[in-house]
Design a protein around this ligand. Structure first.
Ligand SMILES: [Fe+2]
Ligand SMILES: [Fe+2]
Length: 283
């Protein structure tokens, strides 16, 4: 476990009392990197919030157990069944025999194509449902933007930490602990880019109806916002992020990269590979 002074991927860092982000990130050329974070709440009844990506399963499990003993984990809150969130779910369930899985009917069904989730260990959390985790009440909330219909964010009313899932996703030039480390331009551009990537349907939204949804989410009054695909947000980035979110219905859709872009990247990659050296004789 580390502080923000020594930020490294897959080394949990504290973002609020008893609350830790497990940071990970993927390179996303040519736009930088995208975080693939998850979170752990180490309260009276510890909670895993999402379960990381399968590509780094062993390291993710090691990181999680550096924060909390798996036998102490009481809840696994699965925001939705996308692989970047549910990637290590079965491994986490196996390691945490005392944990109840907080999820939705539809998530379980969507995972059934590949995974049989033990239904007797599940508890459904629909929009607005709360869970008493001993020393805190956790609220499940559908976030304004999502790329999977089952998505639920999680708000901890004790620390005022909000796990926003895929809302507030942003590309970053390099992985970092806090959005305060981004330039104002990168912060603005990243919010508008990430929002349109996650939810290209934002361009179809009725701005007034969307405003009501954003306002409802903002009224949680989160002091700290962590998400899978963003560094941690605090004031003054939080109100700025909400303002940018409100603009999305009016922003022209992002133009996807095309085959011409891919051809150009491949040509560039090939031209930068040194020519094959002749093999030494006798090999
Ligand atoms: Fe997702
Ligand atoms: Fe995601």
């Amino acid at each position: 476990m580390t502080t923000t002074q020594s930020f490294n991927l897959l080394q949990p860092y504290k973002i609020a009392e008893e609350t830790f982000v497990i940071p990970w990130a993927l390179e996303a050329p040519p736009v930088g990197h995208f975080h693939m974070n998850s979170m752990v709440i180490r309260g009276a009844e510890p909670v895993l919030v999402d379960t990381g990506a399968p590509a780094v399963r062993a390291q993710w499990l090691e990181a999680a157990w550096s924060v909390v003993d798996p036998l102490d984990v009481r809840w696994i809150f699965l925001t939705h069944d996308d692989r970047d969130h549910a990637g290590n779910l079965l491994a986490a369930l196996a390691a945490c025999p005392n944990a109840t899985l907080l999820t939705t009917w539809f998530s379980i069904g969507r995972m059934a194509e590949e995974w049989e989730v033990p239904i007797n260990r599940c508890r459904f959390m629909t929009d607005g449902d709360t869970i008493d985790a001993g020393d805190r009440t956790l609220v499940a909330k559908r976030p304004p933007l999502y790329d999977n219909p089952t998505t639920r964010a999680l708000f901890d009313s004790k620390t005022d930490v909000l796990w926003s899932v895929d809302t507030f996703a942003t590309n970053v030039p390099t992985p970092m602990p806090e959005t305060a480390d981004l330039s104002p331009e990168d912060f603005r551009d990243g919010q508008l880019f990430g929002g349109r990537l996650v939810a290209p349907w934002a361009a179809l939204l009725d701005a007034a109806k969307f405003e009501a949804v954003v306002a409802d989410f903002q009224h949680l009054n989160a002091e700290v916002i962590a998400g899978c695909h963003c560094p941690v947000l605090r004031a003054p980035q939080i109100p700025e992020a909400y303002d940018l979110l409100r603009r999305l219905p009016e922003v022209p859709p992002w133009t996807e990269f095309t085959q011409a872009d891919l051809d150009q990247w491949m040509a560039l990659a090939e031209s930068s590979v040194p020519p094959e050296q002749p093999r030494p004789s006798g090999t």
